[in-house]
Write a protein that binds this ligand. Sequence first.
Ligand code: SF4
Length: 326
Amino acid sequence: MYPFAYTKVTEVRAALAAGARGGRYLAGGTTLVDLMRETVERPGELVDIEALPLRTIQALPGGGLRLGALVRMSDAARHPLVRTAYPVVSEALELSASPQLRNMASLGGNILQRTRCGYFRDVSAACNKREPGTGCAARDGFNRTHAILGTSAACVATHPSDLAVALCALGAVVRLLGQAGTRQVPIGEFILEPGGTPQREHDLRPGELVTAIDIPPHPRPLTSGYLKVRDRQSYEFALTSAAVALHIDNGVIREANVAAGGVGTVPWKLNGVERALVGQRPSAGLWERAASRAAEGAQPLRHNAFKLDLLKRTVARQLRVVGGGR
Ligand code: SF4
């Protein structure tokens, strides 16, 4: 571990001032401290924001929810408003990490967490995300868990967050605060595909703080859920996952929100699947037909072509679970 300064703040203004001089925000620390121990990250100053008043969940006027950035994952998962209105969010949280980590980790930190690519965490390996211009050891290495969608020549790492997949399906918006003021960025634009700059993972300006995540209103009833497929049933990242939220009225799907995890460099909105669902009546055949579009545009690597079929099956199964139909 390298030496670093530690500052604890209790007011947002003090946090922003520390962020503006280059301090790194520290909340639950479940990602950042690990990366510091492995010397992947070497911040000169940590700014402890745990005491900031960003820990509430509230209903928004007109529908929707605002989730404070410092709400613990476990608290959000069991919150009645989240459980009732957006089971897909509760389930994504409960299928994440371990109970101990969920009791520490914040929602803001969850969507900001860095990739689990093993080469990224091995400082002896070539990694464009950790050290731009050094290459990508995963491209020709062991890439079974890596992405098949949204990849670039520079990086093929998957985005690790389950929560972000559920939020992507629901069209959530990230609220940011910096010294220049507030911004609101849809989560699908906030988390960046690697392109030629994989080291830049978020649309986050220097010193900006994630303050909350807004889930917009959706027509009711909205049935939703999250399915995660992984190598073991606990404390493991997704090989594939599917977040589904459907509004079915008079036997017809009026709104479809579908996103996939474990397969993309970012949470992957399945627009083709959604288009295939809207205006249709639930049926086993419809789920299969719609899910067959889930891997459109995918580019598998040497060891992860199995994800093409697994993704389609994951999406079809979760559509069936959420949408019913025979
Ligand atoms: Fe680094 Fe991305 Fe390549 Fe992994 S996939 S080694 S994170 S550049």
